[in-house]
Write a protein of this length. Structure first.
Length: 347
């Protein structure tokens, strides 16, 4: 039988001391649990352990439906690869997190919708928020059409050109000047009505860069960006029921982090993934997975951020993922329980 401890505030001090000594002796006996300590005043929250000095670079979390927030990157502490992560954007169940981006608070974010429209959004127009926050609706900043979804988010000035890739494999390149400060809001560079919804966008830092396109079934192709005509072309020939999910830049010395929905990922060395001479070919297996969700260029000193559908986010060092030249299933990067990963960004 469980008996609650009575109020002993009126008991004589010597009697109270005797009672507490008996309680301590009982708690010390084998098989007994100590009475939980009653805390009359809440303890102050502990400061997060920083893994880098305070920075003006922000991690921006977005949903496809247009909910987003920014939080200083240094507030996200590192975990070991394979950890559970922490909760980030407080998103509704019908509009979970879909994109991650890193940008300085003094810079602008380039947003692309699945209908091919392009917008510039100054990062400092977004209120700075803690890690776990509801976020703000982009509708107050960007006029999304009914049913229109965000497809990609990139920091400004990331290279000489942009590659835009549709779900059906069509690719186009755009010079960086076209998305500069004088860009008309909502301008269309990719004709989604003709070539299908836009799926991904990436910067091409150098003129001799290759475009690396990855699909949901784990296939990928790499080809010279210079071989893409001004009007665009088919970038990858898709297998039945497959769709493009990611695009990034690549060269013989670079590496690409590939992530599956099951939380497994790998770093593919592009030295072991030969480039095609031209776009339009069939893909080769890049990662053995049932569902590839993201790809991003990565360096040995990089940090990798992964977010899940249930808004759990993890940060860990890329050095914990062994780089591979060949096809692998990947290693556990994030522990999941009834969840799946959806996006990645590399610092």
């Amino acid at each position: 039988m469980s008996i609650e401890r009575p109020d002993l505030s009126d008991v004589a001090p010597d009697v109270l001391a005797y009672i507490e000594s008996l309680e301590a002796a009982l708690a010390a006996q084998p098989g007994r649990r100590a009475r939980p300590q009653v805390i009359t005043e809440p303890e102050p929250d502990a400061e997060p352990e920083l893994c880098e000095p305070p920075t003006t670079i922000n991690l921006i979390t977005l949903t496809a439906g247009g909910l987003l927030k920014r939080t200083p990157r240094h507030l996200y502490g590192r975990q070991r690869r394979g950890g559970m992560g922490i909760f980030d954007l407080d998103a509704p169940n019908d509009d979970p997190p879909a994109l991650l981006a890193l940008a300085d608070e003094s810079a602008s974010l380039i947003l692309f919708t699945d209908q091919g429209r392009t917008y510039r959004l100054p990062v400092n127009r977004l209120a700075e928020m803690p890690i776990r926050a509801r976020g703000a609706a982009v509708a107050g900043l960007i006029p999304l059409r009914p049913g229109e979804r965000l497809a990609a988010a990139l920091p400004e000035d990331g290279g000489e050109m942009l590659a835009l890739v549709g779900q059906r494999g069509w690719v186009m390149t755009v010079r960086s000047a076209f998305v500069g400060k004088s860009m008309i809001a909502g301008v269309v560079y990719y004709d989604a009505a003709k070539y299908g919804p836009l799926a991904a966008a990436c910067w091409l830092p150098g003129g001799a860069d290759d475009v690396f396109i990855a699909t949901q079934q784990g296939f990928a192709i790499r080809f010279p960006a210079q071989r893409v005509p001004k009007t665009g072309c088919l970038g990858i020939r898709l297998e039945k029921n497959d769709t493009v999910v990611a695009a990034t830049s690549a060269n013989d010395e670079s590496s690409v982090f590939l992530l599956g929905a099951d939380g497994k990922g790998t770093i593919r060395l592009m030295a072991g993934f030969a480039a095609n001479k031209s776009p339009g070919g069939g893909g080769k297996v890049a990662l053995k997975t049932d569902k590839l969700v993201a790809a991003a260029p990565v360096g040995a000193e990089s940090d990798i951020f992964i977010i899940s559908r249930n808004s759990k986010i993890i940060r860990f060092q890329a050095a914990e993922v062994p780089p591979k030249e060949g096809v692998v299933q990947g290693v556990n990067c994030m522990a999941l329980r009834g969840d799946e990963t959806v996006a990645v960004v590399v610092a």
